[in-house]
Design a protein around this ligand. Sequence first.
Ligand code: UDP
Ligand code: MG
Length: 312
Amino acid sequence: MDISVVIPLIDEAESLPELEAWIRSVMEENNFTYEIIFVDDGSSDNSWCIIQQLKSQNPFVKGIKFQRNYGKSAALNEGFKIAQGVVVITMDADLQDSPNEIPELRRMVLEDGYDIVSGWKKKRYDSTLSKNIPSKLFNAATRKVSGIKLHDFNCGLKAYKNKVVKSIEVYGEMHRYIPLLAKWSGFKKFGEKVVEHRARKYGVTKFGWNRFINGFLDLASIVFVGKFKKNPMHFFGLWGTLSFLFGFIVFIYLTVSKFFFDQTGLTQRPLFFFAIFAMIIGTQLFLAGFLGELISRNGAERNHYLIEDRIN
Ligand code: UDP
Ligand code: MG
């Protein structure tokens, strides 16, 4: 199969028939074999009904329906699990992404050899200031910490080699950081394509103002987890030990100076509290690292490695 299109959606009933027809016409024009995987993320309108209807008209439609709303990341994750196409394309359901981009995205993956090609909504049609400025900030921060030079991490329209989507696990709100997840799994070639962005035709946006706060918190945790998950001790242990040693040395210095040089009480000197504080913090950090280490040693994925090739 050439292409899997994975579409996470919640309450997008009006858009679905138009979207399916459009994707179908693009696929037929180009003679691609394909599947469209609709993942209904707990809609309360009749989206699922529509998906069932679409299925009865087009056998290449597939659907997954969640019992409740788990979020876009969860929807993508489940779609990725069953995607069979050589190239996997993700797309929002609200007709803001144009299916006309599919052939070129596919070509970039297959011929230019990109692992991921990310859409870039250079000209946006929902550009209220409240969305635009935080989005610029968000992308700049993500570029910085991830070291991946993309302009628009959050773009729903992306194309992947099949292997990429099978190697990553998208959870929480991590759909914004899929390129980073892929990078950690060892994929290196990231491409970008300027894509047409259209105004939302039906319905309303499903993410509120808090998307940016959540986005940044997730970025912090993803970077931290990514760096130290396997060896929490390397971070906490190091800083804990340094802090403790520092406090201890100051403490020794204070004790020595009390007994041999002046007679002022230890507790009279501000440095004393500083030393105690450094030792306590040091012990705490060390313990945190130690506990982290114990937890990660018991984690189910402690020996989960991605193997690229084998010869037997
Ligand atoms: N979506 C989803 N689960 C959610 C929120 C959103 O599957 O909890 C889908 C939504 O139906 C749409 C896509 O994710 O297909 C992007 O959402 P939206 O268009 O509201 O985001 P925006 O374009 O405003 O960034
Ligand atoms: Mg949208």
